[in-house]
Design a protein around this ligand. Sequence first.
Ligand code: TYD
Length: 138
Amino acid sequence: MKNSSIFDCCVIPLSKIHNRAGNITIVEGIKNLPFDVNRVYYLYDIPGGEARGGHAHKALIQLIVAASGSFDVLLDDGTNKKIVKLNRPDYGLLVVPGIWRELFEFSSGAICLVLVSTKYEESDYIRIYDDYLNVKNA
Ligand code: TYD
């Protein structure tokens, strides 16, 4: 994770099948993503002005999708930062390991869907920014 870069994170198009009754997007683990999906979670009912995230992962890879509404994702690798706006359910932001991320500017009713490579392990988190910088600069 020491050498991970925000430039390895990218927005990728997902499938979209449209008909007059609406749209469906299908994500099939290793077929559509560079990892197998072992866990799914979603954030919702996020009060206006709140931020989520505020951590880095040592090993897990994830795809973040604005399943409804919109929000911004700050990506930070300790050197470079960028903000990615997500506002379409047929696009996902791939976040590689070792990237500090913060989610904010949630629209009313936004749903943040996250597809994850591994099961939940608190030991995979770095939750303090100074600790993150220490690892990156070690
Ligand atoms: P956290 O990852 O801190 O949320 P966010 O980064 O979006 O603000 O998780 C919030 C709480 O939920 C925390 O107590 C850990 C727990 N949690 C699980 O038990 N399993 C999971 O898969 C996730 C993502 C979180």
